[in-house]
Design a binder for this molecule. Sequence first.
Ligand code: ADP
Ligand code: MG
Length: 314
Amino acid sequence: MIEVKNVTKKYGSFVAVDDISFTINDGEVVGFLGPNGAGKSTTMNIITGFIEQTEGNVVINGFDTVKKAKKAKKEIGYMPEGVPLYTDLTVKEFVTYMAELRKISKKEKKENVQKVLKETGLEEMQNKLIKNLSRGQKQRVSLAGTLVANPKILILDEPTVGLDPKQITEIRSLIKNLGKSHTVILSSHILSEVSQICDRVIIINKGKIVAIDTPENLEKKVSNNNIIYVTVEDTENKIDTIKDKIKGIKEIKLIKENEDNTKQYEISGEESINLNKTIFSEFAKENITIFEMKKAEATLEDAFMKIIKEGGDK
Ligand code: ADP
Ligand code: MG
């Protein structure tokens, strides 16, 4: 379990992380989501014990990151932003070096190195120099280095940044897999990413937590619940008068006119009415033919923008 309690980080008078608190349970995959400069990396660096908070405390599986730094660090595998720096080492040398840094036993070392190389799909290129690898391969080398000491918790800072779509898919599925046996915190400024990988999302903006919830709930929170798009044939333009006839319709907006004489409208209704049903029955009465009907779906993107805006207005 990761407990972050009232953590603040100041650089001089600048507050990079502002009194944040949250708990992450074993086995959870949690995403830190926020724009650049939000405080994601700073928070991760504090959790891993690489930098010290100005106020508050962090407890990792019972170990305080300041008072029991060594034990706390042992629980965590940290993959910093960017790719490994030791580019003149081979893949295997780098991962072995990472194992040595983490002081794992000689016997375990060899075994673990091969295990993680296999896990990250690097077995065949283990004797290649890191500098000759692609960006995506380098990212996997970094991940292998993070995994080699068998940490229970993985902290991955922007694991997909700079990768091409294929490499992103590979890393994502790797992380998803790792999430089955690890507690994972990853950061991202990409919304679709966290919604695909994470059980829970912590949205951070300007050093503050503005929301913590499941991706589904975040989407729901800001869903345009009662908006429907309909494509209709309405030669007599009856739709213009329908708004005043039907109770509970807030607005009917023309979206586009199609070449086949159909028109698409955005219709919004009061929360209290079943908009689907209303449209079906009332349009039929008016002889308006419905060609297509679909509910507006809120994306996490909408949620993000709305939540960040609300948080910023406080
Ligand atoms: P994120 O990872 O969300 O992009 P960071 O945690 O890296 O954000 O940075 C949060 C804020 O703290 C930024 O405004 C950044 O400029 C500032 N910051 C980070 N590290 C330092 C530092 N060592 N000294 C001064 N300011 C810093
Ligand atoms: Mg960062």
